[in-house]
Design a protein around this ligand. Structure first.
Ligand code: ADP
Length: 494
């Protein structure tokens, strides 16, 4: 199959979160399975310098954006014979320090930036010489591309069709829209819809309008031929008012085209053997290197080196969704006891401050690093005994799966993908690999941390958890095959 993926971030070129990991790994896995894969993404700051071998395509883009015509170049980078990256080079839009925001504030021209990106994506889907059969867009930043394709298809059906050559009408790619997080809806004032240059017929309750605003995410949900989200439980959750963020009605209407496919893990990147980010290799048959990594992490972050004190870690965006409002009070309580805590993250400036303050209050027990640091994220995963994810909701979550592979026991709230990927002792004594709690409250979370401390005091049981965790398998090959089935469904029409 010939598949074009589109995302505002792709690992290892640009990343703020799991979206980048997922698209990078899906592209790799589809190519490994023999499919032809292209990936469209912005040429963000620093990429060109890191990959000087990329080539400018002879096609350059001139696309309308409201009253303006915006130019962009496209650079390509062949990763292997059947996987090519296409970088949309529009310096005024994409050569910026942040992908979406700086210092916690969204860029004021995000509507222009991402409507343009979606136009570029649709244009490439229709004009790349290898004629993609599927366009797979991800999240609100590229969601409108599904509408642009639907619009072109409709025009062609009405006889105003677009031709690639004189030989006749081409086949339009079918579209797949993946929702990585329904809470980020790409909302902009209605007037920004004019930047799409589409007729206003699509700006309706059943289309791109959401309570009087433009929603780029909703456009993708309404016009994508098939929809997916990143875990089976989240696929069910988002059709309910509690998790539906106001879009549950539309999602229920589209339920027969909505599939929950659990993200996989790129084990080439996330592994404990010969990983350049780690000081010591280890494996399920010999965990001594894990202890050495723990001591090294304590040293790196300025905590007392002690292999016997349980070390808890946490990495991620410091935002409400990730349960920071539980994390802070639970830690204030638990750091009175004998444990250590390390955190790496960026996000809401007031949350960053609160956690830095917590580290100042418990200098021998807590270390907080504000920033984005790929290498440190691996060392935290490897060096900790437990990994904390008290999310309010979690579409899939990747860190808990990385933790499993690193023998670091995840403590998670039983929601979305966290519930789908972790086995609690109450579910299966033999296969338990993590600790789950249900209620979204600081006392429930503190109780889960106390259970972890008790587990740590039982070395044999703790070791069983680690063995189960490290043997869990979320490899991408299975996941990629599920996507191909969904792409085939997309071809069967709506
Ligand atoms: P989300 O996509 O909601 O942010 P996920 O758990 O799905 O959460 O994925 C987060 C990804 O981003 C993981 O690979 C995680 O290690 C990485 N990450 C998040 N914050 C940081 C950070 N500050 N430094 C390094 N990596 C980070």
């Amino acid at each position: 199959m010939k598949i074009l993926l589109a995302s505002s971030e792709v690992h290892p070129y640009s990343k703020t979160g799991g979206l980048a990991d997922m698209v990078g790994a899906l592209g790799k896995a589809l190519a490994r399975a023999g499919h032809t894969v292209g990936i469209v993404t912005p040429l963000s700051l620093g990429i060109r310098e890191r990959y000087p071998e990329m080539q400018k395509l002879p096609m350059s883009l001139v696309l309308p954006l409201g009253q303006e015509q915006i130019k962009a170049d496209v650079w390509s980078l062949d990763q292997n014979p059947n996987r090519t990256l296409y970088f949309v080079d529009q310096p005024a839009f994409f050569q910026r320090p942040g992908l979406y925001q700086e210092q916690g504030a969204n860029y004021p021209d995000n509507a222009r930036r991402f409507i343009f990106l979606s136009k570029a994506v649709a244009h490439l889907a229709l004009h790349l010489p290898w004629q993609p059969e599927v366009l797979h867009v991800h999240d609100w930043q590229t969601g409108l591309a599904a509408l642009f394709i639907a619009h072109e298809r409709k025009r062609a059906a009405q006889g105003n069709g677009f031709r690639t050559s004189d030989s006749g009408l081409r086949i339009f790619p079918r579209t797949c829209m993946t929702i990585h997080n329904l809470a980020y809806q790409g909302l902009f004032p209605a007037a920004d819809y004019a930047l799409t240059n589409l007729p206003w017929d699509y700006f309706t309750l059943a289309g791109a309008e959401f309570y009087g605003q433009l929603s780029c995410l909703k456009a993708g949900i309404a016009y994508g031929d098939v929809l997916t989200t990143v875990s089976p439980r989240y696929a069910r959750e988002i059709t309910t008012p509690e998790f539906g963020c106001g879009m549950d009605g539309l999602l229920r209407q589209r339920q027969s085209s909505l599939f929950g496919i659990l993200n996989g893990v790129d084990y080439e990147e996330w592994n404990t053997v010969n990983n350049p980010c780690l000081k010591h290799s280890y494996s399920v048959s010999d965990l001594s290197g894990k202890t050495a990594n723990k001591l090294a992490l304590q040293e790196e972050l300025g905590l007392p080196q002690n292999e016997r004190v349980p070390l808890f870690g946490n990495i991620g965006r410091m935002v409400e969704q990730k349960g920071v409002e539980l994390l802070h009070p639970a830690l204030m309580e638990m750091l009175q006891t004998d444990l250590q805590y390390v955190m790496l993250g960026t996000g809401n400036p007031s949350v960053e401050k609160a956690f830095e303050e917590l580290a100042r209050r418990f200098p021998n027990k807590a270390a907080v690093r504000v920033g984005f640091d790929e290498g440190l994220s691996h060392r935290i995963e490897a060096g900790c005994d437990f990994f904390l994810m008290p999310s309010q909701f979690e579409p899939c979550g990747l860190n808990q799966m990385y933790s499993l592979r690193y023998g670091t026991i995840p403590i998670v709230r039983a929601t979305g993908g966290l519930d789908d990927t972790i086995t609690d002792i109450r579910q299966n004594v033999e296969k338990a690999d993590g600790i789950k709690f249900d209620q979204y409250s600081a006392p429930a979370f503190s109780k889960a941390i106390r259970k972890a401390v008790a587990l740590y005091d039982q070395p044999e049981l703790f070791h069983n958890f680690q063995v189960n965790a490290m043997n869990a398998d979320f490899s991408w090959d299975r996941t990629a095959a599920e996507y191909v089935q969904v792409y085939e469904r997309a071809g069967q029409g709506r």
